[in-house]
Design a protein around this ligand. Sequence first.
Ligand code: GDP
Ligand code: MN
Length: 436
Amino acid sequence: MGGRVCRAFGGHDRIDLPLARFRWPGIHAGWPRILPNSGVAVPTKMKIHEYQAKEILAKYGVAVPRGEVANTLEEANDVARKLFSEGASGVVVKAQIHAGGRGKGGGVKVARTREDAELYAKNILGMQLVTHQTGPQGQKVQRLLIEETAAIDRELYLGIVLDRASGKLVFMASQAGGMEIEEVAAKDPTAIFKETIDPAVGFGAWQARKLAFALGLKPTQINAAVAFLQSLYKAYIDTDASLVEINPFITTKDDKLFALDAKITFDDNALFRHPAIKALRDTAEEDPLEVEASKYALNYIKLDGSIACMVNGAGLAMATMDIIQYAGGSPANFLDVGGGATQEQIEHAFEILLSDSHVKAIFINIFGGILRVDRLATGVVAAARKLHVTVPIVLRLEGTNVEEGRKILAESGLNFQVGETMKDAAELVVKAASSH
Ligand code: GDP
Ligand code: MN
């Protein structure tokens, strides 16, 4: 199972490990979700910024460098001044965006003087930071983390993820930290050590020791490393995280250990019991259409193609995306309106689909079960009228009351095309999109 991955859904350090990779959107909140055959990795687990992750980890006793977040240049200067006056030999200015690869993209700079810190802060704040996880349009930097620099000796890697195949957490560690761990996993999987955690027993001290030794740490560092790993595990469990990743996990010249970078994502399904974590959500970092969709409980993920899809059920939505590609087109989105979509939801779904300027045609593929086809047809007609839809709409309908549904569409006077089978409909919509 490969890491066929499409950028826009970036933000995850995608680790190409033999973990279960295929997930069904909307059903599980696993990490990272890959839509079969669509080449798309989809993160919907709530992400937070590095500075927020470090604040959480610090509460669990994980050592993080001294530092503070800054929303303005003035605040950045204040933090830098404070760190230098407290004896820092340098500060690092770090862009806070929900994507990795910031270092390579120019979003992480080490300054030896206050003047340099100001210069870097000025350059990075407000910049459109492009990394391998943001896509070519980049992500606007709205805040910085200013931290005391560490005298790095070694850059290592630590990560905890859920392996869905075994239903257990896996604690990973590698000596090849700092760089893109996906590359390490692809080129030399043996460079990543793994400990599978028995849920009944938890993460054993013996396992932490095993990983610490595998990291080649000095005897004087082992005990601190064991405590460090155990703290990470406790933070993961307590916060219902779906991923905790420290890359790099560093040793310093004076034998200390620090989380120099930190990433945590959370299981959305558990957020209800963590209001404080839920409040850390930064919708400015998310796709605006996805934020809009989440307000109406629509499972929407924006993609790069030109054919909008409206489908009920995650499995059917994935099959629809596949068949669009098979017919030579490309989906503009994943959208599951759910088993019992209401008229209102259908209307909002239309609005969201139509606000994507790349959309050239809409493919509505519904199997009427709980959602009766006549009800859907009425909703579609009403929404198309209200929103003055001009792009072609192709439907493929099956299920309860399908005849009534088709009649409603035919009698609406609107320009709908109905495909007999999924394949016919996919071919129709690809044709409509290319000629529109
Ligand atoms: P990412 O590129 O988004 O993963 O951002 P990181 O926080 O991992 O930073 C990228 C790289 O910048 C790290 O791998 C380090 O090599 C370097 N870096 C980050 N903080 C410091 C620091 O305090 N001192 C030094 N010398 N390098 C740092
Ligand atoms: Mn990193």
